[in-house]
Design a protein around this ligand. Structure first.
Ligand SMILES: Nc1ncnc2c1ncn2[C@@H]1O[C@H](COP(=O)(O)OP(=O)(O)OP(=O)(O)O)[C@@H](O)[C@H]1O
Length: 680
């Protein structure tokens, strides 16, 4: 994908995106969290870039949300979906869903969404999702016991770049390598030319070392898996709870992770454990062994009657306090037994293998002395031997585990990604279930076959002949209302062309506009809509104007009028929702302006609903037969209006004052009320 081709991505952002591990995948999957990891890319920017990438894929100019109120409804719709996510990832991902006029984009989302709506948001899956997060890259680990070596300057730079964990050293010849081998436990030589060289120490000629990081720096993989262990385990749990097909064998993954400590070291290997403990306990074991030997000798001496011949006694006296020869002669057997016990203690307490035991055998040797003393050189040799064996074992374990984990690296990323995407799907499933949603059907000139579900023609249940455009909502219930969703009364409403919507105060006119806008926006996002059934055209743009808060001054009025001037020029394919435009200026002028706008829309392929209390005046002012729908009050009960929330077609609803005059005329009779009623 040409990054600069994405709307809103310039050269600088493209460079930042190229720093990501896999920018194409992040953009393809709309992974906002991954995109936001590019240097200098904020979360909001990442959402924009993800949307831009989708738009450029679907050749979509992204103009659907044409006004502030339309954008607000979109935000509300996304908010309702986000309220049902568990992970931040899913919440961010949902922000990449925007209403589109592109059939391919809508269809592609709809196919994911229809599968999502089948998902069961069971509590176990939701609980497991709580610990899933996008995989993180831990900071680079520095490995000090290994280095890379090369004689080539270019390879040197490539190595520094590819393996920042290791020092890269220049080695021109065998002497340099020998020098390095004294400073590092392992030297990995990158130059083929050194093949076969004989240098003391662990020197490996591996020209492919930069391409096989799992072997060159197993620590990198181990650190990655250690840092992401909890997320991976949670993602594995999600797969099991939700019965998803995992990207890798979960038992294998769990087993590999159980061999890894939080700091990236390998655990659970008996041999390594034995060697580590032996190194740790060596001094203590030697000390105890000395005591064992001395206790034995002390007991032996105490129980022994020693007869000293005169000659011996004389030499003892002459030679000072040396009793070694006497000890050697009189207690030779006991001395040997004591040393054996000491050695045995060292071997057994440190669980030494036969080779190591041979070295341990030299710790308690030499001329008899009392107290017994160990041979420090032998202890030191044993320590060197054990430490080397421990490190060797650790390196082998790291390599083996890293080799196992290397195969899991890609699937692990998929595993987490799939789990996070499941959260997106479950949020959609919960949204659909909570608001009793269905997937809408799109009808337009060339794909109306799919919209006709065998009812014959395009007659909708809302009683409208449904043409090639507009919308038809059956049983729509807006979750944006200020009442509990359970108390929302279903609304049926269909419009093809432009119409006025009249009705009593608080009858639900604004709520109807909100419902229409929400349904159209959700539908064009590819999302399910809160209604029993919905058919609509794919609108190029949605212009929703909320009610103005009071009359506008001359400047603002002029600006608004200009806006409507632009709106009606080339309005085909647009959905225009306008709430009480009359409030911007005085009623007489308002009626003329609205009539003028309707005239301009007439004959264009636009769909419009204009909520107004001035339907009669607008009709009078218009030079064509303006359609008027009405939200009708069924009556007044205890001073409260009862309304039928579904607008009636071609019906000028009585206004609240008219209704009250009618009621009074009915109840009280008399000329005054009758005359008043006549005037309506
Ligand atoms: N479908 C519905 N189900 C339940 N309650 C509704 C429904 N539609 C509207 N209401 C209730 O009626 C109230 C008034 O609705 P709304 O503001 O849409 O009326 P309106 O006709 O635009 O009023 P006005 O003419 O005063 O602007 C809402 O706040 C809501 O409580």
């Amino acid at each position: 994908m040409e990054l600069e081709a994405i709307p809103g991505v310039g050269a600088k952002t493209a460079d930042a995106l190229r720093e990501l591990d896999d920018p194409e995948a992040a953009l393809r999957t709309g992974d906002v969290a991954a995109i936001a990891r590019a240097p200098g890319v904020t979360h909001g920017r990442a959402v924009q870039i993800a949307r831009g990438a989708i738009r450029s894929r679907h050749d979509d100019d992204g103009r659907v949300l044409a006004t502030d109120r339309a954008r607000e409804i979109h935000r509300d719709a996304v908010g309702l979906l986000q309220d049902r996510t568990v992970t931040d990832y899913a919440a961010q991902r949902l922000e990449t869903f925007y209403p589109s006029a592109s059939r391919s984009r809508i269809e592609s989302v709809q196919s994911t969404v229809s599968a999502a709506m089948e998902r069961d948001p069971d509590p176990e899956t939701l609980e497991a999702l709580a610990d899933v997060e996008p995989l993180s890259s831990p900071p680079t680990v520095r490995v000090r016991e290994r280095c890379l070596a090369t004689a080539d300057a270019e390879r040197y730079a490539a190595a520094e770049d590819a393996v920042p964990e290791l020092s890269v050293e220049i080695a021109e010849d065998g002497r340099d390598l020998a020098e390095l081998a004294r400073s590092y436990a392992t030297v990995v030589v990158l130059d083929e030319s050194f093949a076969g060289i004989d240098v003391e120490g662990d020197v490996r000629v591996r020209p492919d070392a930069l391409e096989t990081p799992a072997e060159t720096v197993p620590e990198r993989l181990l650190a990655f898996f250690a840092a992401n262990r909890d997320r991976l385990l949670a993602a594995a749990d999600v797969h099991e709870a939700a019965g998803m097909e995992p990207a890798c064998d979960l038992d294998g993954l769990r087993d590999a992770l159980s061999r890894l400590d939080d700091d990236g070291t390998v655990i659970g290997d008996d041999e390594h454990e034995r060697l580590a403990v032996a190194v740790e306990d060596l001094d203590a074991a030697v000390g105890t062994a000395e005591s064992v030997a001395n206790d034995h000798l002390r007991d032996a001496i105490r129980e022994r009657d020693v007869t000293i011949e005169g000659q011996d006694f004389l030499s003892l006296v002459e030679q000072g306090a040396r009793v070694d020869s006497l000890l050697s002669r009189e207690l030779s057997d006991e001395y040997d037994t004591a040393l054996e016990a000491a050695t045995e203690h060292v071997v057994e307490s440190l669980r030494l293998d036969p080779g190591e035991a041979e070295i341990a055998d030299r710790i308690f040797r030499g001329d008899p002395t009392f107290p017994v003393e160990h041979d420090e050189a032998a202890v030191s040799r044993l320590r060197t031997e054990l430490t080397a064996a421990r490190d060797q074992r650790a390196a082998e374990l790291k390599e083996t585990l890293a080799a196992d984990l290397a195969d899991l690296r890609e699937p692990a990323a998929d595993l987490v990604h799939d789990a996070l995407e499941r959260d997106v799907e479950l949020a959609i499933a919960r949204f659909a279930a909570d608001f009793e949603c269905t997937l809408p059907t799109f009808v337009d000139g060339d794909d109306d076959a799919s919209a006709d579900d065998g009812e014959g023609g395009q007659t909708d249940d809302v009683g409208e002949d449904f043409g090639d455009g507009g919308f038809a909502i059956v049983g729509g219930r807006s979750p944006l209302l200020d009442v509990d969703f359970a108390d929302v009364e279903p609304v049926d409403y269909a419009v093809d062309g432009a119409t006025l919507l009249s009705g009593v105060n608080s009858g639900g006119k604004t709520s109807t506009l909100d419902l229409v806008a929400l349904v159209a926006i959700l539908a064009q996002m590819g999302m399910p809509v809160p209604a029993e059934r919905v058919r609509l055209e794919r609108f190029e743009e949605i212009h929703y104007y909320a009610k103005s808060q009071g009359t506008l001054d001359a400047g603002a009025f002029e600006a608004t009028l200009r806006e409507f001037g632009d709106l009606v020029a080339g309005a085909s394919g647009r959905l225009v929702l306008v709430d009480e435009l009359e409030s911007i200026t005085e009623p007489g002028a308002s009626a003329k302006i609205i009539a003028g706008i309707l005239e301009a829309l007439e004959g264009q392929d636009a769909t419009g609903v204009f909520v107004s209390h001035l339907a009669r005046e607008i009709r009078d002012a218009a030079d064509f037969d303006v359609a008027v729908d009405g939200i009708e009050a069924v009556g007044l009960v205890d001073g409260e209006l009862r309304v039928n929330r579904s607008p009636q077609k071609d019906h000028l609803a009585r206004s609240t004052p008219e209704l009250i005059v009618e009621k009074l005329a009915d109840e009280r009779g008399g000329e005054f009320y009758d005359d008043l009623l006549e005037k309506f």
